[in-house]
Every structure is written in structure tokens, then in C-alpha cells.
Design a protein around this ligand. Structure first.
Ligand code: NAD
Length: 428
């Protein structure tokens, strides 16, 4: 994880080269690389057996130049102060790239959720909220779900926050709701959040392909795609690319990968995976699944397929020094956070591979979270059509802005995204 932070700082420094002439350059750099605040809390929780334990949690508030801190809360037994700090830095940059009025934050609670009952998880969620209650709020810091947290947990946290604040704050109930995003639909959540990151990735990829139109040729008639990780992000990305005429030839999960040369149907594949409990055998083309249509391949073989577009949508650092030589795709769409090591990024860029960076590619999720925050503050409820129209507009604008900067500064898309973020910080 710390390499990942060093890599991000190195990219930032590359972009900062273009800002060296600023009179207050040193301050500018320092304000973007030094976290504003790290909150560490220890709070007691009553277990179902009557015992009490002390639980540790963190909230990193990295930077709020552009607006309230924004970023998820993860429940993980190995969460560390360093990890949440690193992730809150990335959130700071990502929110600036897409022009959201948010800074960057991230939280972590050191628990293994599998070891607790539902009632204990509720007490942990409420206990953490109480411990950080004065540090969050709709105009201060707006948390969201992350690894091992979901809308149920956000609803508990929101309820606890409102209970503690309703008499002290002058804010109305709908404004207090805006303290958290990723809530359930009955509790002020926004429709379309589940699909947002995958849909956003599809919008950004298509936007970039339109810009790159004359720069290279697809290996095949229809652009082919391989996706590492067939979870929430991978599935919705596959679905929307499939609907737009792309050929999804391979997908993988932690148990293995499948290759379907004719191109698979993501909906049927997901349905089949749910029924069988694994992807193997789910070779679904058109409207049927047929064992003869595809084959099982290893995860590493999948990464080396000669596709037009390779999408790491599972883990950080999945393309690195050891396997970068095998990559045979023309475009990489980074849907996971930091899926390429800096070394891999450098080698692939030199080979002319177009890398659409995480801070742009996977920003659809936080963009729709922003719509949730806004709809709560405005006391409105957006429809799915409104959300889909707004996310398209926002992300197409981001593609255009990154592209203009890429042309102006003659840099790759990652550095162009960092420069765009820096332009926005500079104006503050
Ligand atoms: P998820 O848990 O729903 O899915 C992850 C998928 O990756 C699962 O199918 C899992 O089996 C698979 N996987 C795990 N290890 C693998 C391996 N070694 N090889 C191949 N597949 C493997 O998670 P998600 O919400 O889809 O998130 C995926 C990535 O996108 C994460 O890095 C996450 O941080 C990032 N991300 C997610 C969102 C969001 O809104 N969900 C937003 C921004 C970034």
C-alpha cells in the first residue's frame, strides 16, 4: 500500500513540473501532499455475550480545498492509518478531476466483519459514528460505503448521526441525511449508485475512443474486451459495453477466468455464475449458455490475451513488473484503484499502450454519490433517467477536459488528469 502512495506522489510530482513557476510553489505542493487531519478513535462495543471490547477506527481528512471531505469507510481487520491516509489522497485528486465540490477523505474501522453478528455490526457502526460525530457533517465530511460496508451500515450511521445532532444542529432532517451517501433508497439514497462505477467506466472509455479514433486500429472488427474481476464494477462495465456493441471475450474472478471467442452475454453469464457458484462453464453467447462455446483459462493467461481493451477491475497492483511483459492489449481501462504499478505504467506507456487512469476511469461512483448528497440537500429525489443523464454529462465533460490538457501539455492521460486536478487546486 505504501508503494501505491509513493507512486501517486510521483505522478503528482510529474504534473507539478508544469506549476514550478507559481510564486508559492512550495506551499502549493505541501498543501497537496500533507494530510490536514487524521482522527484516531477507540470506542467500546457491547458484544452479544455481554462482554465489552474496544474497537479502533480512523478517519483521514486529507484535503478540503474544493469542498467537504468525501470518501468511504471500510471495515477491515488490517485497516491502518497509513492506508486510509493514502486512499484519502487519491480521493482528493479524483474528486478534483471530475470537478466535484469535494475534498478527499477515507475511514477505516479495524474489525473483521465476518466475526461479528448483525447486532454487533450495528453497534460498531453506531459507536464509530458517535466517536467521530463532531468531525463529520454535510458541509464538513461526507462518508460513504467502501470495502465490507454497504447501505445497511450507512443507514445505521446516518440514523445515529441524526439522533446525536438533531437537537444541537440547526440543520433540517434532509440536510442531516446528506452527511452520508450510499444509503438505502428508503433513506435518502440515490437510484443508480450500484451501476454507477461500471456505467461511468463505459462512458469514459467510449468518450476516449472517440478522441483516439484516428490514432489506432482495433485488432478486430468489433473492439474486444477482457475484464479482470466480475464483481460489481466488472459486471456493470461489461453490461454497458456489451449493449454498446463491444465484444466481451473474457472475464475473471478470484477463482478463475473464462474465454468466449464469440463474445459473452454479461447478464446470462452473471445469472449462470450465481446458479453454479463459479464462472467455469458459463459460456453464454446470445441467449444460450453452451459448454462448447468457451473454455476456462488461468487468470494470468487472461491478462495476456490479444484484446483491444484490458480492464483490471479487481485489485491494486495486478499488473506489475512480473507480468507486464505479457500484456498484449492496446488500451487499459483502470477500473480498480491503482491496478498498475508505476513500473508497469512506464513500460506500457513506452510501448504506446493507452492507459485510462483510475482517477478518471472509476470516478462514476463518487459522481453519483455527489448526486445523492445534492438531492438530500435540495430535498429532492432524482429518477434513474435523470441520474443516467447527469452522469453522462459530467463524465463526458471530464473526458473533454483531460483530453484538452493532454493535447496542450503533450502528456499521457494520467498526468493530464493530475494536471487538471492541479489547475482546480490552483484556483483556490
Ligand atoms: P467486488 O468485490 O464486487 O468485485 C471484485 C471482483 O474481483 C470479484 O469478482 C472477485 O472475485 C474478483 N477478484 C478478486 N481477486 C481476483 C483475482 N486475483 N483475479 C481476478 N479477479 C479477482 O468489488 P467492486 O466493487 O467491483 O470493486 C472492484 C475494484 O474497483 C476495487 O479495486 C475497488 O476499490 C474499485 N472501485 C470500486 C468502486 C465501486 O463503486 N464499487 C468505485 C471505485 C473503485
Amino acid at each position: 500500500m505504501s508503494n501505491y502512495f509513493n507512486d501517486s506522489l510521483a505522478y503528482l510530482d510529474e504534473a507539478l513540473e508544469f506549476f514550478k513557476k507559481l510564486p508559492d510553489f512550495d506551499n502549493f505542493r505541501q498543501s497537496l501532499t500533507t494530510p490536514n487531519r487524521l482522527i484516531e478513535v477507540n470506542f467500546p462495543i457491547l458484544l452479544d455475550n455481554g462482554r465489552k471490547i474496544l474497537v479502533k477506527g480512523f478517519r483521514s481528512q486529507f484535503n478540503n480545498l474544493l469542498g467537504p471531505y468525501k470518501g468511504g469507510i471500510r471495515f477491515h481487520k488490517n485497516a491502518t492509518a497509513q492506508e486510509v491516509t493514502n486512499l484519502s489522497f487519491l480521493m482528493t485528486i479524483k474528486n478534483a478531476v471530475v470537478n466535484l465540490p469535494f475534498g478527499g477523505g477515507k475511514g477505516g474501522v479495524l474489525v473483521d466483519p465476518k466475526k461479528f453478528s448483525k447486532t454487533e455490526l450495528e453497534r460498531i457502526s453506531r459507536g464509530y459514528t458517535e466517536a467521530i460525530v463532531d468531525c463529520i457533517g454535510p458541509r464538513i465530511d461526507v462518508p460513504a460505503p467502501d470495502v465490507n460496508t454497504n447501505s445497511v451500515i450507512m443507514d445505521w450511521m446516518t440514523d445515529e448521526y441524526i439522533k446525536l445532532k438533531i437537537k444541537k444542529e440547526k440543520l433540517k432532517n434532509n440536510e442531516l441525511l446528506a452527511t452520508f451517501t450510499g444509503k438505502s433508497l428508503n433513506n435518502g439514497g440515490v437510484v443508480g449508485r450500484e451501476e454507477a462505477t461500471g456505467l461511468g467506466g463505459a462512458i469514459i472509455l467510449q468518450g476516449m475512443l472517440a478522441k483516439l479514433k484516428n490514432k489506432f486500429q482495433y485488432k478486430n472488427e468489433k473492439p474486444t474486451v477482457a475484464i479482470q474481476g466480475f464483481g460489481n464494477v466488472g459486471y456493470f462495465l461489461a453490461k454497458y459495453l456489451y449493449l454498446s456493441g463491444f465484444k466481451i471475450v473474457a472475464v475473471s474472478d478470484s477463482k478463475g477466468a473464462i474465454y468466449v471467442s464469440e463474445g459473452l452475454n454479461p447478464d446470462l453469464t452473471l445469472q449462470c455464475k450465481r446458479e453454479k457458484g463459479e464462472l467455469s462453464g458459463c459460456y453464454c453467447v446470445g441467449s444460450v449458455c453452451d459448454l462448447k462455446k468457451g473454455r476456462r483459462i488461468t487468470n494470468s493467461k487472461m491478462l495476456s490475451l490479444p484484446v483491444d481493451i484490458l480492464v483490471p477491475a479487481a485489485l491494486e497492483n495486478s499488473i506489475n513488473r512480473d507480468n507486464v511483459g505479457e500484456i498484449d492489449a492496446s488500451i487499459i481501462l483502470e477500473m480498480a484503484n491503482a491496478p498498475l504499478s508505476k513500473e508497469a505504467d512506464k513500460i506500457l506507456s513506452k510501448r504506446g499502450v493507452v492507459i485510462i487512469p483510475d482517477i478518471l476511469a472509476n470516478s462514476g461512483g463518487v459522481t453519483v454519490s455527489y448526486f445523492e448528497w445534492r438531492q438530500n440537500l435540495d430535498n429532492k429525489t432524482l429518477t434513474i433517467d435523470q441520474v443516467r443523464r447527469k452522469i453522462r454529462q459530467k463524465l463526458e465533460e471530464a473526458v473533454e477536459n483531460v483530453w484538452q490538457i493532454k493535447q496542450k501539455y503533450r502528456v499521457n492521460l494520467r498526468i493530464a488528469s493530475y494536471i487538471l486536478a492541479l489547475e482546480r487546486f490552483k484556483q483556490k
